[in-house]
Ligand binder design. Structure first.
Ligand code: NDP
Length: 286
């Protein structure tokens, strides 16, 4: 079983991003990502710090707005509106989850689709669905890049996506469909799950269940992309896939940690630069 080298691919993508950022800066555009964090969720803190580091590494300016946990939806929407209107800001990211008094979907919908570097707004989701140019959600885009880098054939193959969330499962299925795979989406109500997963040439697991996918659920030689990040009873991070049990069964697999998570971060840099590039093009057209 081969481990797909996400570390090397993420480093390559970030190095290319740094070159692109330098070119934009030479042309007078300083690419900028604005991150908004509401409350102090410990996991969110870690993610936000990672994003700041990535930006610094790639030559992207980053700004972090910290708002207290009791912030109202109206206050958050006002901050988003300010950033939508600020031409110096190219990408806006509101770190999820949000406190219960704030409606997540309402907030996502407030972000300008041209600055939606997470690819979560209905406009970008719709563009993905109909096959138009759009910001791709970072995690599924990272998974697809990993499949391509691993040389896994996609067109005509059976792909099974475990999980149907708006941020991973659904857009992942759309991306695989766009690449001409035959796609099945499974979720918590799916019957005979193992029968379906065993047919998959490509299996993407995004359910948030510690080492849920076992060897019996996987086709011999399949490529397995493990999106899950779960804290196991041993206190360590594990994927949705029992990697150790799959040895000798799966063909290729992504590790956790050090797999899809690195790609998600790299793709955010790609999307931010794309937003900045588009802003430059729009400026030229004026
Ligand atoms: P959600 O909780 O939003 O969605 C989980 C999905 O899995 C749901 O569609 C649910 O089905 C399905 N599911 C849950 N249990 C089962 C089961 N026993 N059998 C079949 N399907 C099941 O999670 P996310 O999509 O946000 O995240 C999934 C995992 O990926 C998490 O571990 C998360 O931490 C990780 N993640 C990792 C990222 C990375 O960069 N590596 C980025 C984002 C997430 P139903 O719809 O029926 O409830």
């Amino acid at each position: 079983m081969e481990r797909i080298d996400a570390k090397a691919l993420a480093a390559k993508i970030k190095a290319e991003a740094a070159q692109q950022a330098a070119r934009l800066r030479e042309a007078g555009i300083v690419p900028k990502l604005s991150v908004i964090l509401v409350g102090a969720d410990p996991a969110s803190e870690v993610y936000v710090r990672g994003k700041e580091r990535d930006c610094a590494e790639c030559g992207i300016e980053s700004e972090l707005l910290r708002l207290p946990a009791e912030t109202s939806e109206a206050q958050l929407l006002a901050e988003i509106a300010r950033r939508n209107a600020d031409p110096a800001v190219h990408g806006i990211l509101v770190q999820l989850p949000l406190p219960p008094q704030i409606r997540e979907q309402r907030v996502i919908e407030a972000i300008s689709p041209e600055k939606d570097v997470d690819g979560f707004t209905p406009v970008n989701v719709g563009r993905l669905l109909v096959g138009e140019d759009c910001f791709l959600p970072c995690t599924p885009a990272g998974c697809l890049a990993l499949l391509k880098a691993a040389g896994t054939p996609i067109a005509g193959k059976r792909a099974v996506v475990l999980g149907r969330s708006n941020i991973v499962g659904k857009p992942m299925a759309l991306l695989l469909l766009r690449e001409n795979a035959t796609v099945t989406i499974c979720h918590s109500k799916t019957e005979h799950l193992s029968e379906l997963t065993r047919q998959a040439d490509i299996l993407v697991a995004a359910i948030g269940r510690d080492r849920f996918v076992t060897a019996e659920m996987v086709k011999e030689g399949a490529t397995v992309i493990d999106v899950g990040i779960n804290r196991g009873p041993d206190g360590k991070l594990h994927g949705d896939v029992d990697e150790a049990a799959l040895a000798g069964k799966a063909g290729k697999i992504t590790p956790v940690p050090g797999g899809v998570g690195l790609m998600t971060r790299a793709m955010l840099m790609v999307n931010t630069l794309r937003a900045a590039q588009r802003a430059q093009e729009a400026q030229k057209e004026k």
